[in-house]
Unconditional design. Sequence first.
Length: 92
Amino acid sequence: MDELLKEFKARMKIYHSSEDDNLKMILAASKEEIQSLVGMFDLTEYPRGKELIFERGRYAYNDQLEYFYPNFQESILNISIDLMSAGEDNGN
């Protein structure tokens, strides 16, 4: 989670540590929510999933979470299909 936090803070241009606990909660909730929507994936091997976690985190951080789902509905669907297809290719 620390590497994810570091990447998220760099992306959001947050250079202090006073919000780290809150950001960790946002990222953990975002990861759990995205993986429940699209399926499980490894953050290091599937950058599209990590990108979606960061985007949801950005919306949550800015108290605009209600806009995330309509704005990223197509990405959520495409990633779900991609992960489902990858699972079928691997015999799952």
